[in-house]
Design a binder for this molecule. Structure first.
Ligand code: PLP
Ligand code: SF4
Length: 346
């Protein structure tokens, strides 16, 4: 088989409408969305979409609802901009920092908290900016962990990623390098031996996979993830709790079980950050806590993520429960997975 045309990533509103993924009467509104936010739907996701508003379609197909900005929504929902000492670095916690070498992603999530920044044009740090960012990390010995994020660091060329990983690995204080990526599910063909070679280091390398629905864990994705694990790189997951995607007990359980069967430890379930035009994805915190409480006792503990909120304004991430302990003047009371309460000594 030669001459196989590589399937295309869908980017244009016209093509969305032609493929029946958006109604023609939404064209003007979609063009307005496209002026503000990037769109990319790779072939892997196109194949998984059965209906535009199914759990895969909702994540990647632009809709006019994105033009509605709720009063509490912000273009910098978690305050990253104020914490950036040099371009490409975000430093909020003493022992770790983010390095964002590019703002390109294999697809553009409609709920992305960096949606005002990510996109296919620009966003790649210049060689000089990357040097400045790496020098900043070299000059900060308290930083033990560098988290490569973006954009998606696995969209870098193997040459550039290898340069970053090698440079970080030569810093004595950098013990851990973590890569946050959606590539293994969005574009598993990118996970070539050359890209995996670029991740080789004598430091602790961890991959955190971003996926939100069990259907994203295709056979190709599993093979790509297995190749990462074969390099002795452990994989964790992060997901965003999203209306119409994973906000039922069945969908959430299937997602978390799909991670565990792929040897991936669920790490974070994120409360949605209030980025502009994302209100249609919002799930109230009380509902998120109830969803997780439903898993307790019923689903293996391996599948449990920590449900976290990045406090709007840049105040950091905190777990949102559910919690099982109450305290009053009489002592401690603990709730069991069946909802019954038991007293404990203080
Ligand atoms: C989320 C985040 C991290 C990583 O936090 P962990 O809880 O270690 O996963 C680090 N720095 C910034 C600025 C972050 O937003
Ligand atoms: S992959 Fe991450 S950074 Fe890129 S659009 Fe999705 S959430 Fe945003």
């Amino acid at each position: 088989m030669t001459d196989l045309v590589k399937p295309h990533t869908l980017r244009r509103m016209r093509d969305l409408i032609e493929r029946g993924l958006a109604p023609a009467e939404d064209r003007a509104a979609l063009d307005a969305v496209a002026e503000r936010y990037a769109t990319a739907i790779p072939p892997t996701f196109l194949e998984l979409i059965e209906k535009p508003d199914d759990p895969i379609g909702r994540q990647v197909i632009p809709t006019p609802a994105e033009l509605l900005t709720a009063p509490h929504e912000s273009i910098d929902p978690i305050g990253d901009d104020a914490l950036s000492p040099v371009p490409g670095i975000v430093h909020r916690y003493a022992d770790r920092a983010l390095l964002k070498p590019l703002l390109v992603c294999p697809l553009y999530c409609r709920f992305c908290f960096r949606r005002e920044h990510v996109g296919p044009d620009g966003g790649l740090l210049s060689d000089a900016q990357l040097d400045t960012a790496l020098n900043w990390l070299r000059d900060h010995p308290a930083i033990r962990e560098v988290i490569l994020t973006g954009g998606d660091p696995l969209m870098l060329s193997p040459r550039r990623l290898g340069h970053i990983v090698r440079t970080l690995s030569a810093m004595p204080h950098v013990e851990t390098i973590r890569i946050h990526s959606r590539v293994p599910v969005a574009d598993p063909a990118r996970m070539t031996p050359e890209l995996l070679d670029a991740m080789e280091t004598d430091r602790a390398m961890w991959l955190v996979l971003h996926a939100n629905h069990a259907r994203e864990m295709t056979d190709d994705a599993r093979r790509a993830l297995r190749a990462v694990q074969a390099r002795a790189i452990p994989i964790l997951s992060q997901s965003v709790l999203l209306r119409g995607v994973n906000d039922t007990p069945e969908a959430l359980e299937a997602l978390l079980r799909a991670f565990v069967t792929a040897r991936i430890k669920p790490y974070y379930l994120h409360q949605l950050d209030p980025a502009p035009g994302t209100a249609h994805f919002h799930v109230p915190i009380a509902e998120g806590r109830a969803l997780l409480a439903d898993l307790r006792g019923r689903v293996t503990g391996l599948a449990w993520p920590t449900y976290v909120l990045d406090i709007p304004g840049g105040h950091g991430k905190v777990p949102l429960g559910p919690d099982y302990l109450d305290q009053d003047t009489e002592g401690l009371h603990v709730r069991d997975p069946n909802g019954r309460t038991h007293d404990l000594p203080l």
